[in-house]
Design a protein around this ligand. Structure first.
Ligand code: IPM
Ligand code: MN
Length: 356
């Protein structure tokens, strides 16, 4: 029997990272015993804040090289609040090296209401299903590790480039092309989220969005200001299909979107460029609950599903999402109003693995 073997890199990360990755691994083992034709050859690498404390760097250059040579990478959340650079920013987060460094310019963040989850918005599963495409290499985050500071002032620069915008907007339309449209009306739609009423850089973003949209006449293209988007994502989420936006706006609105569907502990993401890709939950390392078997592994398990999607192994990703759904629908897996699984992290992973 022929087997498709993929080289993947796993980075456990900080805080709740290791326990989430262990749950994802439990699901992976179950996947591999069912789908014999798909196999991961996994290399574990360290990285993040604990690693920075030990070594003075957050990622080894050898790890970066391994990631470049692998089919894909999955990481847990990284960063610890007390591990900081002299400028006050966190030293353990890996976006600088993995997002900018690997030019993974599209941060793809699906927001989907799952069955059986006590979400703060009133909606049925299926009514909320959109994808935030966050620009990942520039915008306000261009200032990462840079910026200007004196004793009395600090400034960060938000930069939008034509190239950076064209490619992320194109990616958003390509994602819309493959989807079934917005839940409310079935229309394929890409929404440009910006602050073009105030910031010239954002008016530039919008202009480029309009240019690229012309290449996709069969997909609706629309604009919304970012403040109005924060409201609309709560009051009218079913309208949205794919949204594309600047880096910092995407950071904020993806947490907001996650909250509406029951918490960011249920939210996965992919960082995708033309050459490289890596996958991670959208949330942080939650050191306050680390090691307590409280964290929700669904974010990490959905992250694993996104990784299989990326490898075009859709039977596997569909099975993983199906197992999560079944576990939730049956009531066997319950999520409390803090977004945490009632029987604990390990139990949740095992329940999902058993349903593959
Ligand atoms: C995210 C995270 C990161 C970000 C942090 C950890 C630097 O919040 O992936 O959304 O701000 O991009
Ligand atoms: Mn964030």
């Amino acid at each position: 029997m022929s087997q498709r073997v993929y080289k993947v890199i796993f980075i456990n990360g900080d805080g709740i990272g290791p326990e989430l990755m262990t749950s994802a691994l439990t699901v992976l083992r179950s996947v591999e015993s069912k789908f014999r034709s798909v196999k991961f050859d996994i290399d574990f690498h360290p990285g993040g804040a604990e690693y920075f404390k030990e070594t003075g760097i957050n990622l080894n250059p050898a790890t970066l090289k391994a990631i470049k040579n692998a089919h894909a990478t999955m990481k847990g959340p990284v960063g610890l609040p007390d591990v900081r650079f002299p400028d006050g920013t966190e030293a353990g987060v890996l976006g600088g090296v993995l997002r900018t460094g690997l030019d993974t310019y599209a941060n793809v963040r699906p927001v989907r209401l799952l069955p059986g989850v006590e979400a703060p918005i009133k909606a049925d599963p299926g009514d909320v299903d959109y994808v935030i495409v966050r620009e990942n290499t520039e915008g306000l985050y261009l200032s990462r590790g840079k910026g200007v500071q004196t004793d009395t002032a600090a400034a960060d620069t938000l930069m939008i480039t034509r190239k950076g915008t064209e490619r992320v907007v194109r990616r958003a339309f390509e994602i819309a092309e493959k989807r079934q449209g917005a839940p409310a009306d079935g229309m394929k739609r890409v929404t440009c989220v910006d602050k073009a009423n105030v910031l010239p850089s954002m008016a530039f973003f919008r202009r480029i969005f309009n240019e690229i949209a012309e290449d996709y006449p069969h997909i609706l293209a629309e604009h919304i200001y970012s403040d109005a988007a924060a409201q609309a994502l709560v009051l009218n989420p079913g309208h949205f299909d794919v949204l594309v936006m600047e880096n910092f706006l995407g950071d904020i609105l993806s947490d907001l979107g996650g909250a509406t569907v029951g918490g960011i502990g249920l939210c996965a993401s992919g960082n995708v460029g033309d050459k490289h890709a890596y996958f991670e939950p959208i949330h942080g390392s939650a050191p306050d609950i680390a090691g307590l078997d409280k964290a929700n592994p669904i974010s990490q398990i959905l992250t694993l599903a996104m990784l299989y999607d990326h490898l075009n192994e859709f039977d596997v990703s569909t099975a993983i999402r199906g197992a999560i759904n079944d576990a939730l629908v049956s009531g066997e897996l319950q999520i409390n109003n803090l977004g945490q699984p009632k029987g604990g992290t390990t139990n949740a992973g095992e329940l999902i693995a058993a349903r593959i």
